[in-house]
Ligand binder design. Structure first.
Ligand SMILES: NC(=O)c1ccc[n+]([C@@H]2O[C@H](COP(=O)([O-])OP(=O)(O)OC[C@H]3O[C@@H](n4cnc5c(N)ncnc54)[C@H](OP(=O)(O)O)[C@@H]3O)[C@@H](O)[C@H]2O)c1
Length: 314
């Protein structure tokens, strides 16, 4: 089968389209015929070797975490899925999968869910990690309630664009930071207050918030403590909490490690099928152009997601 692999760490040009053996399903695992995947920031971090100490892996590595496709075969003790099922989730080499940028991939069954009926494979793959990240942050760690006020940092990105839609569904007041060119996009997602981060400091425009979700990284999380009310909550996707700042502002802060589970994927699929959430795909590349897909994502501004089509969908 064809697989987009790295044999050494590096930039996008380290990726090669190689021939690899079709993987087999071990206990608790599923082999999928992959139809689609998408690019996430973690794919580039893995490719560059930045995760080596946290997750040592042998080379070559097939890249790709998000996956959508059809179950080809299942291993022992897999009860929830059977050959022919349409599924989506994670086939991450960082968490027991074989990598989704390939014609077949192994995934742990507990990281797969039934495909949303309304989604194409490409749409399902483009929302798996980001959608579960948004859902976990808002409903679990932030426990966002109707009428509460939240700031979503990075509202035009993969996680942010889904988080705005879920937060509005929960009847929260949503402020969000986006680049100038994404102001209308954020409005179309339902955000109530849109802050152009190229023109304004968010600290000047919001205060006394119940919650902040940081997806932007850099110093954004550090600057976000001051816009929370006492006992407010901050979840960062990118930075560990600063306990001194948390104490000074009397808030709770944490860094989320997203756990993609069948239960969360099924909850996300329901939100998609109910018309609550849609994913914005900026561009779709075929598997043969994974390098170009990375180059576009890393060249700067992407609205929503870049998808990878592994198998043509009719
Ligand atoms: N901890 C975990 O388990 C976990 C899971 C998933 C993801 N993550 C991490 O979470 C982060 C977000 O993921 P993602 O998929 O949403 O990434 P993404 O699609 O690249 O989104 C990041 C967004 O932040 C925006 N941004 C950049 N600078 C900003 C600023 N100063 N103020 C406000 N927004 C700004 C970007 O806008 P422009 O494009 O205009 O620059 C972009 O829209 C990544 O670092 C990823 O690795 C962590």
């Amino acid at each position: 089968m064809r697989a987009a692999q790295i044999k050494q760490y590096g930039h996008a040009d380290a990726i090669q389209l190689a021939r690899a053996p079709k993987p087999k399903a071990g206990r608790g695992q599923v082999v999928l015929e992959v139809f689609a995947s998408s690019i996430n920031p973690v794919d580039a971090k893995l490719r560059e070797g930045k995760l080596q100490s946290a997750a040592p892996l042998g080379l070559p590595i097939t890249l790709g975490v998000d996956v959508a496709g059809i179950v080809d075969s299942v291993g022992e003790e897999v009860l929830d899925f059977k050959a022919g099922d349409r599924v989506y989730g994670m086939a991450s080499p960082l968490s027991g999968g074989s990598g989704a940028f390939a014609e077949f991939a192994v995934a742990p069954a507990q990281m797969l869910g039934k495909m949303p009926q309304r989604s194409s494979y490409t749409e399902a793959a483009a929302i798996a990690l980001t959608g579960v990240s948004a859902l976990q942050a808002l409903t679990h760690h932030l426990d966002l309630k109707a009428g509460q006020r939240i700031l979503i940092q990075g509202g035009a990105g993969g996680i942010g664009s889904i988080a705005i839609q879920i937060a509005k569904f929960l009847d929260a007041f949503v402020a969000t930071t986006v680049a100038t060119e994404d102001v209308e996009f954020a409005r179309s997602l339902g955000a109530d207050q849109i802050i152009d981060f190229k023109k304004h400091q968010f600290e000047d425009l919001v205060s006394e918030l119940d919650a902040v979700l940081d997806t932007a990284g850099g110093e954004i999380a550090q600057r976000s403590y001051q816009v929370l009310r006492p006992a407010g909550r901050l979840v960062s996707m990118t930075a560990p909490p600063d306990e001194l700042l948390a104490q000074r502002h009397d808030v709770t802060a944490m860094m989320q490690l997203t756990e993609v589970t069948t239960r969360r994927l099924n909850a996300l699929a329901k939100l998609i099928d109910d018309g609550v959430v849609t994913v914005h795909i900026e561009k779709t590349y075929p598997l043969s152009q994974v390098r170009e897909a990375f180059a576009e994502k890393e060249s700067g501004h992407v609205r929503g997601k870049i998808a990878i089509e592994v198998r043509r969908q009719s």
